[in-house]
Structures are given as structure tokens and as C-alpha cells.
Design a protein around this ligand. Sequence first.
Ligand code: COA
Length: 267
Amino acid sequence: MADSVFKDGLLKGKTAFVSGGSSGINLGIATAFVKAGAKVAINGRNVEKLEGAVKGLQAHGTAMGVAADVRDYASVEKALQQVKDAYGEIDVLVCGAAGNFPAPVLGMSSNGFKAVMDIDVLGTFNVSRAAFEHLRKPGAAVINISAPQAYLPMAMQAHVCAAKAGVDMLTRVLAIEWGGTGVRVNAITPGPIEGTEGMSRLAPSEGARQKLAEALPLQRFGKPDDIARLALFLASDAASYITGAIMVCDGGQSLLGGAAVLQAING
Ligand code: COA
């Protein structure tokens, strides 16, 4: 099923930019977009990782990498200009760059809290703000990558909870402000997705991951493709009347509550 969705040219002729696109969920989205016929630019700050990911994408279609730290507005502006020059106006913008490490508030410095706020909230602001002039209007779709921490308070995750709640609110405000230009702005809230850096940071042992998977209503971790299919939908004209939506794709994790999730991980 996944392959038929990815290969039917759903995004043929479109350009996509994916921040944080070198790995995990964002690379899964970038891969689905390339397979669906889009020209895809991914962004990351580690050049080696970025180049490796671009090579993988090019096996399926047209892709390029642009190095930038989303916390640095000038470097984001430069990266977006490179994409515009190479591929033209941007039809789909995915703000996916994020940071996370598990730590209690008293085990986290002011700078540690700020690092995650800056990558997630300021980074999403920077990429959206700088991309606006390059977005196709009307018609462009912005997709922000959120997390269940936006509405599930979780110990050890104060920075991510605050940051992703901010990302959700940015999504809603941008949907209001940009709706009149024909730009839709939505967010995806992925649950636990296998093989991602975020998941290996939150649940470092195989045992913890298994316990969490068993606690989920769908009793399995998601795959990057599960999120990519939702991103494809939101990017496409099939979602033309959807804006300001925060769409949860989490195997039912949000039904459990943050404490139950942490209990499943920590035993
Ligand atoms: N516990 C407590 N504090 C931590 C920490 C941990 N496990 N890991 C990092 N920090 C603190 C650092 O000590 C530093 O604070 P200090 O200057 O007061 O010592 C601060 O966070 C910034 O760390 P640094 O490594 O300099 O920042 P960075 O910008 O290179 O990295 C992070 C940002 C910390 C978010 C890093 O985890 C990262 O790069 N993450 C990106 C990948 C990722 O998290 N993916 C999963 C997304 S869900």
C-alpha cells in the first residue's frame, strides 16, 4: 500500500523543503516526497550526515542538501534561497528539526533548556518566517512536526513539553495569519516511531521499548512510513480545506497519559 501511495506521482512537479531532514521521521517524509515525484531539499547542520541522506534520496529521484542551523536566521535564509534558485518556489515546507534529551528540570542548565527551545520553537519560526517569501501562493502547505509532549506533561521532558506546545501554537497562529494567502499550516504529532534518535534517547533499552510498544493501543511502534503517509496527505490537494490542524499519528499513545507512557518505559 505504501509503495503505491509513494509512486503515483502525487507530488509531481512540486518542490519540498524538509528541515532536520537527514534522519528519522523527517528523512522518512523526505523519502516519501521524492518517491511521490517532488524535488526535495533537506536541511541539517551535520554536513556528513546530510550528504549521506541526500545520496539515499537521489536513488529515488531529485534531491539536494543545504546545510544550516535552524537557530541561525541568516543561515536559514541562505539555505532557502539556494533551494529557490535550484528548484523554484516551495510547495511543501516541513519544519522538522528538533532536539531532545531526557533530564529533570534540576538536572538541566538554563542553556540545556534553551537549546531545545531554540531548535524547536525558534527554529520552526525561523524556517517558516524565512520561507514565506519563497512559498507558492496560493497552494503551499507547511507541516510542522510536533510531539505528544505538547499536551502530555512528562517528567524529564520540561524543555520538550514547553517547546512542542509552542510549536502547536505557532502552527495555529500561522494558519490564521497565512490562510488568506492560500498557504495551509498544519502539524503532525508522531507517537513512538521505531529507529528514531528521539525514541532511542527516551527509551534507550530494548526492554523499555518493548514495554512501551505493548502498552500502546495498537501494540506496536510506528514506522517512519506511518508518519510519511500523513505528511503526503497534508501536502497534497486532498487536504485543501485543512489548516491549523494538529494531527495525531501515535498508535493511540495519547490516550494513555504522559505518566503511563513514562511508566511503561521506566517500569
Ligand atoms: N542532560 C542534561 N543537559 C544536557 C544533556 C543531558 N543529557 N545533553 C545536553 N545537555 C545540555 C548541555 O550540557 C548544554 O548545557 P551547558 O552549556 O549548560 O552545559 C546544553 O544542553 C546544550 O548542549 P550542546 O551539546 O552544546 O548543544 P547542541 O546545540 O550541540 O545540541 C541538543 C542540542 C542538546 C538538543 C542535542 O541533544 C542535539 O543536538 N539534539 C539533536 C538531535 C535530537 O535531539 N534528536 C531527537 C529529536 S526528538
